[in-house]
Ligand binder design. Structure first.
Ligand code: URP
Ligand code: ZN
Ligand code: ZN
Ligand code: ZN
Length: 481
């Protein structure tokens, strides 16, 4: 299969140019001056398909470096399977995800990784890689970490919160970071002071404060700032490269920025929910509605200015990239486990379909440039996690993962499935009975998605198949010297 995309504006992290893009099989064959492809009198004889991208952007497929398909959490499991979640990602212009394989308590690291391969293999619509959650940091786990890179897993996540589930104490973190420094594996950190949060949760519940809003009160920004600082200091001591996930508090951003200013290899990720949504408007919605937006770190107060500061940090590169932390749960039968106790609401928001659209609004509203949009949604995630060259860029030899984005198109984000499980008119494709983004009107539209040379989304139709996506082994971060 050869595809020629003509007359589009090819956008990269560093610029934009009117060009034609030719794919051949699974890779990009050439980026050419418009009209210069030697097609002869009959284009159909030399390429299988010509796509006219006049007036539209041609960008590298999105790389979402933080998803949780089928994650077991709080007595239930994230509602998107690898099949439904990666298909929804494709609809939104994401052509690669990096999901988190879980080593749960009492399990061996490689048993957890194998289980994740079994969930994903043959089911995905787009390519996928894995980070490794180390949920039980013992001598055996530390030893197993030496073998991760050979498995194509070049990063691991630790948790400073969630006691008895994923939690690691400072002694465990220190040992894992020594391993990170020695191997080059990226340490990814869930930075919240879990033991302090647990105390506040207990006190709030004892006072009868059981509503979703109090999830945000218990997980105060001071506890994110403190944990971020502690993680940075432990990384400084050990020499581990550190990537702080789902940063929501401006004070945590400031910790990351200060460490970067000293030259330390510290990086930060934020998520669309922290850029747009808030403690007051969302977690504080009437009744139990706020449960839709229970995630950790939590949504922050708009009055305190976290959202504006995060947008600024994306512009100044204090924060390097945006992932979704896609971890969807339905209201019925999942979120409602915490009807009378916010601490029992499974944590997570579903956004894997909307990341490119939501961040494109930052271009529309002049918060980031068009090039920065591509950088934070595709190029940097690829570089950060050892996929660059193959992913994150439109250049000869790269995988033909391409999105044709229409800046004059429009996307309405709706409800998804209704109470009978039927798709509603204004819909998304994630396996959820609601949307955290319902009512968002997007300037822009994902028109065509090509994944390794195959058109999988076109003219509002899904043309791919289960199993199109393959595991992509990753090398060490290309963001480090
Ligand atoms: O609320 C969240 N973020 N759920 C997913 C698990 C995690 O900590 O990333
Ligand atoms: Zn986390
Ligand atoms: Zn997560
Ligand atoms: Zn369109």
């Amino acid at each position: 299969m050869k595809i020629l995309i003509q007359n589009g504006t090819v956008v990269s992290a560093t610029g934009r140019v009117l060009a034609d893009v030719l794919t051949d099989g699974e890779t990009i064959a050439a980026v050419l001056a418009p009209g210069s492809a030697l097609l002869g009198a009959d284009p159909a004889a030399s390429v299988d398909r010509v796509i006219d991208a006049t007036g539209r952007y041609v960008i590298p497929g999105g790389v979402d470096a933080h998803t949780h398909m089928e994650l077991p959490f709080g007595g239930t499991a994230a509602s998107d399977t690898f099949e439904t979640g990666t298909r929804a990602a494709a609809w939104g212009g994401t052509t690669t995800i990096i999901d988190f394989a879980v080593q749960s308590h009492g399990q061996r690291v490689f048993d957890g990784l194998t289980a994740w391969h079994e969930k994903a293999a043959g089911n995905c619509a787009i390519d996928y890689g894995f980070h490794q959650i180390i949920g039980d940091l013992n001598t055996d786990s530390l030893q197993a970490m030496d073998g991760l890179l050979a498995e194509g897993v070049s990063s691991f996540k630790l948790f400073m919160a969630y006691s008895g589930v994923f939690y690691s104490d400072d002694a465990q973190i220190l040992k894992a970071m020594q391993k990170s420094a020695g191997t080059g594996l990226m340490t990814m950190m869930h930075a919240e002071n879990g033991p302090a949060i647990d105390v506040l949760v207990g006190q709030l519940l004892a006072q009868g404060k059981t509503a979703p809003y109090y999830h945000g009160v218990a997980r105060a920004w001071q506890l994110e700032e403190e944990a971020t600082h502690r993680a940075i200091m432990l990384a400084n001591l050990t020499g581990a490269p550190l990537y702080v996930v789902h940063v929501s508090a401006r004070q945590a951003v400031e910790q990351i920025a200060a460490a970067r200013d000293t030259g330390q290899n510290v990086f930060g990720e934020t998520c669309p929910q922290y850029l747009y949504l808030s403690l007051e408007e969302n977690l504080g919605a009437p009744g139990f509605e706020g449960a839709k937006w229970v995630c950790s770190t939590p949504l922050r107060s708009r009055a305190e200015g976290h959202q504006d500061h995060l947008w600024q940090s994306l512009r100044t590169n204090d924060i390097q990239m945006v992932s979704t932390d896609h971890c969807p749960f339905c209201m019925k039968g999942q979120k409602d486990l915490g009807l009378n106790d916010f601490s029992k609401i499974p944590n997570g928001i579903g956004s894997v379909e909307h990341r490119l659209d939501l961040l494109y609004q930052g271009v529309v509203n002049e918060r980031i440039t068009l090039e920065r949009w591509v950088e934070i949604t595709s190029t940097t995630p690829a570089r950060m996690f050892g996929l660059y060259g193959r992913k994150g860029v439109i250049q000869p030899g790269a995988d033909a993962d391409i999105v044709i984005y229409d800046p004059n198109g429009h996307t309405s984000i709706g409800l998804g499935v209704d109470e009978f499980g039927e798709q509603t008119g204004r819909s998304h494709h994630m396996n959820m009975d609601h949307s955290a983004w319902e009512g968002y009107e997007i300037d822009g539209h994902v028109d065509t998605v090509i994944s390794r040379g195959k058109v999988i989304i076109d003219a509002q139709a899904y043309l791919g198949a289960r199993g199109d996506g393959r595991f992509v082994p990753r090398g060490l971060s290309q963001y480090l010297i």
